[in-house]
Design a protein around this ligand. Sequence first.
Ligand SMILES: [Zn+2]
Length: 116
Amino acid sequence: MAKYEGSCHCGRIAFEVEGDISEVIDCNCSLCRRRGALLAAFPRSALTLKTPESDLGTYRFNRKAIDHRFCPDCGVSPFSEGKRQDGSVMTMVNVRCLPAVDLSMLKVTAFDGASY
Ligand SMILES: [Zn+2]
């Protein structure tokens, strides 16, 4: 499995995520369409924060089931966290925040988040 370094723009938030990224989601929900994220799903345990958790801003909307994490300084949203229906905790990582990922090589799948 590959390991990717990730961060917000200013570096206040830095993390590592382990797993394979081949397919990403381009979600059309009211948040994603504005921030332009390309998302890849991982178990939350695959993500290791290298900066203090207290530096993470949290934004919730709609059913407030997902914690959308962002940097209070530069405003970039590197990942979101939430529970699946089976209770497992997952994270959706914005692969645009993983500099080693070649975005042009990814298979991008449209996801109709607006209908949820
Ligand atoms: Zn930042």
